[in-house]
Design a binder for this molecule. Structure first.
Ligand SMILES: *Cc1c(COP(=O)(O)O)cnc(C)c1O
Length: 717
């Protein structure tokens, strides 16, 4: 029954046709892999990545870990060889069987009770589908995977950016350059969705005066289908095709057109494929126009706008993800009205009335308007992404609720969490399987599932940590050789990369989008103390990664300054900047680092999630007590820098940098290097246990999704 309902969903036949076409290329024993390759479920199975790599490691690398490309491009002789290996064939069958079992037990989505449509401008599932820029997209990907694991009826809606987010190349002087690569969805696990007439389904949206056609791709994420709207349609003029070219396009008019495509196009897509969701979850403001499209439907049925807004609010949830202005952009009245076309008329509103919905203070015809106020006003449930962020958001958006005090503003919080199977390092998965049984996989959000961490022998716990660190360092060595060759560095410096970093040294990770509020610069605020830590008898080694916004010269300057560190004597082997931060670099770094550092300017870090990922593999946190760490730090599970606000930025940075160096010198380094008679760091191990037990259950996507269901979606059981 359930499987049939899933089967009827738009794109199901297209998916079958794509699988059949790929099967034709494969020797019979490997045919089950065609189905596996067309569903991202493999990416969080223990054996998925390893199995595809085993078929042809070199081709897997060239194909950027895209299984469709691997299976289409691998030499026939290698396919035949793999087909002749009983172990590979058995593993392929096992993955296919596991997938079939899960899909047979999928919840009904077409008109299904309690279906959630999850709208987000970016989705980070895997490096082979580059539709994400950072934390927001990766969180969205984690939530879809979790919904699949927990049988939550959910459909994802986003855009198919033809060239995604930019790639980063750093030149010899340390300056960041950007470039874009065409994603080529035809060679990804996406299928173009056909309509009832067998031709590609098109969803029209009005942008300004023009009608733009959107095509629809479907990508399966376990039990959850993700639909991606795409303006690259033959009949659209070139400017309109560009709407879905790049994630966070720099041109404001095109960015607004993206919001129309996602919000309005998304609702029309659901209508076109016959899905009537119980809730639409607007994950960040980019999708907010969905609320107006729903309301326009009600207005077309004869209601006033006020009645329509009241009718649709219970169907809408909105999550705000950042208090930073760049994430809550506003637009001049003219810009917005130009993008919105006939929307005011369809809502029965004067243009100014519509703009007022997006204004902090309605009534001022000249003031700009944004998507966040619009989404807050129209959604029945609103939340921030950590306890602290909830408070910050209530104060920030209080003007939308005249007459209420900040603590009465109806904005709740659901603290972010991360998808365990995506992020736990292999050595820790094996360790947890040995000592925690099935509990940590089946009930990851239950603290009791993690209680047995205390009983893991010291030696085994430390061995898993060292294995994860070694794996990261080997990966970094290999990457840095090619990074340095590409930059045209001197050959002796290239060769030094092979010896760079040390398997035994305290390994510190700092990786994220290099927005200025994240303050990567604090690491070298006092160069003397920083160098002493890198060169000392008990040294640290530093792994850095992150992209600066193309227009953020300040952030690019920081990358350059950190880059220059390599010239300091005896430091070149202790600092590595990894180019082109993405999901797979993130996976290696959070898995391998002993210490994860986060230095946001309080209270601007809404949550942060990379530290949660690192904790799953025994990484300890040293972070400003902002975002998630404000509620997670308990004194035993890591280190916190006080998050006191301070008006003078220089004084604040000096204070926080001093606190950082103090903690590193006095606490972190001694805890890591003081060893007992067996060579084990007892203090460090005790903190690792406390960290895993307190963070793994509470900051899991399992707990996060359960809270969304209970308090935000409030549907079904
Ligand atoms: C987890 C993750 C982020 C978010 O990290 P923060 O700690 O929230 O800054 C960004 N990018 C990638 C690739 C990630 O995996």
């Amino acid at each position: 029954m359930a499987a049939r309902a899933q089967g009827r969903l738009a794109g199901a036949d297209d998916l079958e046709a794509a699988i059949a076409a790929l099967e034709l290329r494969l020797p019979a024993p490997l045919r089950p892999l065609a189905r596996v390759a067309h569903n991202y479920r493999w990416s969080w199975s223990d054996d998925g990545e390893r199995l595809f790599a085993a078929i042809d490691p070199h081709r897997w690398h060239l194909a950027k870990h895209n299984p469709i490309r691997l299976l289409s491009e691998v030499a026939p002789a290698l396919l035949e060889r793999a087909a002749g290996e009983a172990a590979i064939v058995a593993r392929a069958q096992a993955l296919a069987d596991a997938l079939a079992r899960e899909l047979a037990d999928a919840p009904a989505l077409v008109g299904g009770e309690g279906t959630i449509a999850f709208f987000c401008a970016e989705v980070g599932l895997h490096r082979s589908l580059p539709l994400y820029s950072g934390g927001l997209g990766v969180l969205a990907g984690d939530l879809l995977k979790e919904a699949s694991d927990r049988r939550t009826p959910m459909i994802g809606v986003s855009l198919m950016y033809r060239s995604g987010y930019f790639h980063q190349r750093v030149d010899r002087s340390g300056w960041q350059h950007e470039y874009w690569i065409d994603a080529d969805p035809e060679r990804s696990p996406a299928v173009l969705v056909s309509g009832a007439d067998g031709r590609p389904l098109v969803v029209p949206v009005t942008i300004g005066e023009r009608e733009v056609q959107l095509r629809v791709w479907r990508v399966d994420v376990g039990r959850v289908p993700l639909f991606l709207l795409d303006a690259e349609v033959p009949g659209n003029p070139p400017i309109d095709r560009w709407i879905t070219a790049r994630l966070y396009e720099g041109n404001r008019a095109i960015r607004l057109a993206q919001y129309v495509a996602l919000g309005i196009g998304g609702v029309r897509l659901l209508r076109a494929i016959g899905v009537e969701p119980a809730r639409i979850h607007l994950n960040e403001g980019h999708a907010a126009l969905a609320a107006l499209e729903l309301a326009a439907d009600e207005v077309a049925g004869g209601q006033s706008f006020a009645e329509a807004a009241r009718a649709v609010a219970p169907r809408l949830c909105f999550t705000t993800h950042t208090p930073v202005p760049a994430g809550n952009e506003t637009y001049a009245p003219g810009e917005l009205l130009e993008a919105l076309g006939d929307l005011p008329a369809r809502l029965g509103l004067e243009p100014q009335e519509l703009l007022d919905l997006g204004r902090l203070r309605p009534g001022d015809a000249l003031s700009p308007a944004g998507m966040t106020p619009l989404a807050i006003r129209l959604s029945g449930a609103v939340n921030g992404v950590s306890r602290r962020h909830g408070e910050v958001a209530r104060a920030m958006w209080q003007p939308l609720f005249p007459g209420r005090r900040a603590d009465e503003v109806p904005i709740d919080h659901v603290t972010n969490g991360v998808h365990h199977p995506t992020w736990i390092a292999a050595s820790f998965r094996a360790l947890f399987d040995r000592h925690l049984g099935r509990a940590w996989r089946e009930r990851p959000d239950d603290p009791a599932s993690w209680a047995a961490v205390d009983a893991i022998p010291d030696g085994e716990l430390w061995a898993a940590r060292c294995a994860a660190r070694t794996c990261l360092i080997d990966y970094v060595r290999e990457r840095s050789v090619t990074d340095r060759l590409r930059r045209g560095e001197a050959l002796d410096y290239v060769q030094a990369a092979e010896r760079t970093l040390d398997h035994e040294v305290l390994t510190v990770g700092f990786a994220r989008r290099l927005a200025s509020y994240k303050r990567m610069r604090l690491l070298i605020h006092d160069p003397r103390r920083a160098l002493a830590l890198l060169r000392g008898p008990r040294p640290i080694q530093l792994l850095l990664a992150g992209k600066a916004h193309p227009l953020d010269e300040g952030a690019k300057g920081i990358v350059q300054t950190l880059f220059a560190l390599k010239q300091a004597e005896a430091v070149a082997g202790r600092v590595v900047f990894l180019e082109d931060y993405n999901l797979s670099i993130a996976g290696s770094m959070v898995g391998g680092a002993d210490l994860w550092i986060n230095l946001p300017i309080p209270p601007q870090e809404a949550s942060g999630t990379s530290g949660m990922k690192s904790a799953l593999s025994g990484g300890l946190q040293l972070s400003v007590a902002d975002g998630w760490w404000a509620e997670a730090h308990d004194g035993d599970n890591g280190w916190a820098i006080a998050a006191d606000e301070e008006a003078d930025p220089e004084a604040r940075d000096a204070r926080d940098a001093a606190a950082l160096y103090d903690l590193l010198e006095r606490e972190v380094v001694p805890a890591f290097y003081e060893r007992d008679a067996d060579g084990l760091p007892q203090r460090w191990l005790a903190m690792m246990r406390a960290s895993i037990k307190s963070i793994a259950p509470r900051y899991s996507a399992t707990r996060m999704l359960a809270e969304y269901r209970a308090r935000i979606y409030r549907v079904g059981g």
